[in-house]
Design a protein around this ligand. Structure first.
Ligand SMILES: Cc1cc2nc3c(=O)[nH]c(=O)nc-3n(C[C@H](O)[C@H](O)[C@H](O)COP(=O)(O)OP(=O)(O)OC[C@H]3O[C@@H](n4cnc5c(N)ncnc54)[C@H](O)[C@@H]3O)c2cc1C
Length: 397
């Protein structure tokens, strides 16, 4: 089995786990699953099949406790798993965000019935979830959300609008926040609901992005009825439940392997003649950038490991998750910008253009990364969290 440097010493159980993951990848990551330039439908199909294979091998959600179908993996085992998946260039499972965010939230807050019903369906990929938190007038200031859910017997009737809902165009379920007690203080009258997207009264309208893709949508609720049993956590106390999800989400953003891969690509581009220099690494401007990126990638690996460790211990991730999210998104964006600098003018050409650099991926990364410092909480909001909760500075009014 391949010995890779994960940056931490391995115990015998860690090595056994690494061997198991490597064996799984050698047999399960067949050529029909690997990277390809197919259509969006092909990509989703590969992600679904990959999730099924992970699930069959008991590897779909290794951080979850064993009693819920996970492996109770240690932080080191999580690092091993992530590094091996990245090295093999495995696709993401279709339900990655539900595995990282909603699943742990259901484990933390769900009733036994909710856990028994939803968790296995997340693992198998039978249910694919999207997150309906943001609204046109409630993003950073999420507590100002106005979607409401009125109790009517044993149902809740939902009316309002969500926006920027990633994956809604292929998900079958949505978890959302709605105001159930309009008279309460903004953070106190909110409930966390689980809904089937095919419920009458729910409509999904995809939004076209600057990159040309439509990865997120508006979701409209017009008198959609969901059973009151679909409230996750206490009624009217969904803010506390949502904070768990948001913490897990920030941890999930620190996907270091994507950044490591980007660094590899930049190093290759810098080593060849490029728009900035034909002296390769001898050029101090180019070398300086790469060294800074490499140092930040290493810092990120350490921070991400700490945040992962908190999640594995069942502790809601704290401000460390904000550090990981902030560093990941800003680094990702800075590296995409530098890729465009290295590529020069042809770097701006999009996929399909004969002169495009790296098949148009340089332009695509640059455009896609504009959103990185917004999704999962903006950089300014992460800085507020770090300032207040780690540095003890006065609160943002
Ligand atoms: C790629 C992507 C995917 C997303 N996916 C989802 C999803 O699946 N589900 C979902 O619910 N949402 C999703 N979002 C929405 C995301 O959570 C919001 O965009 C984000 O919370 C910011 O909200 P906003 O867009 O309303 O911007 P605003 O909150 O209006 O912010 C505008 C600007 O003001 C700044 N600002 C706001 N408040 C403060 C403050 N107190 N101090 C300093 N600066 C401040 C912000 O940093 C920002 O620069 C996604 C967004 C993106 C970009």
């Amino acid at each position: 089995m391949t010995d890779r440097d994960y940056g931490v010493p391995l115990t015998a159980p860690d090595r056994a786990f690494r061997d198991e993951v490597q064996r799984f990848l050698a047999s399960a990551l067949t050529s029909d699953i690997g990277p390809s330039a197919g259509t969006e439908a092909d990509r989703l199909d590969r992600m679904r099949r990959w999730q099924r294979r992970l699930h069959q091998a008991g590897l779909a959600a290794i951080s979850w406790p064993e009693e819920y179908g996970g492996r109770s993996a240690t932080p080191v085992q999580q690092l091993i798993f992530t590094a091996e998946m990245a090295a093999a260039r495995a696709p993401e499972p279709i339900n990655r965000s539900a595995i990282n965010q909603l699943g742990p939230t259901i484990i933390q807050w769900g009733t036994p019935e909710q856990r028994a019903h939803y968790l296995p369906r997340i693992l198998s990929g039978e249910d694919v979830w999207c997150q309906g938190f943001s609204e046109p007038d409630a993003g950073s200031d999420l507590a100002s959300l106005t979607t409401r859910a009125v109790i009517d017997g044993d149902e809740l009737v939902i009316t309002g609008q969500k926006i920027w809902t990633s994956k809604a165009h292929y998900a079958n379920r949505i978890y959302l926040l709605a105001r159930t007690d309009p008279g309460a203080a903004p953070r106190e009258g909110i409930s966390y609901l689980l809904a089937d997207l095919s419920t009458p009264g729910i409509e999904v309208r995809p939004i076209r992005q600057i990159s040309g893709d439509a990865e997120f949508s508006e979701v409209f609720f017009d008198g959609a009825r969901v059973p009151i049993n679909n409230v996750l956590g206490p009624l009217h106390e969904g803010w506390r439940v949502a904070k768990s999800t948001l913490g897990y989400e920030r941890v999930g953003q620190s996907r270091t392997h994507r950044i490591e891969r980007r660094l590899d690509i930049l190093v290759r581009m810098a080593g060849e003649p490029n728009a900035l220099s034909d002296r390769g690494f001898q050029d101090s401007y180019v070398a300086d950038h790469l060294v800074r990126f490499a140092a930040q990638v290493e810092a990120l690996r350490q921070i991400a490991a700490q945040a992962t460790a908190a999640g594995v211990r069942g502790v809601s991730p704290g401000p460390e998750a904000s550090m990981a999210k902030l560093l990941t998104s800003e680094l990702d964006q800075a590296m995409a910008n530098f890729g465009l600098d290295l590529a020069g003018m042809p770097g701006a050409l999009e996929r399909g253009s004969p002169s495009a650099i790296k098949g148009g991926n340089v332009a695509k990364s640059y455009l896609v990364m504009r959103a990185a410092t917004f999704g999962a909480g903006t950089s300014e909001i992460q800085r507020n969290v770090i300032a207040e909760r780690l540095l003890g500075l006065p609160r943002d009014p």
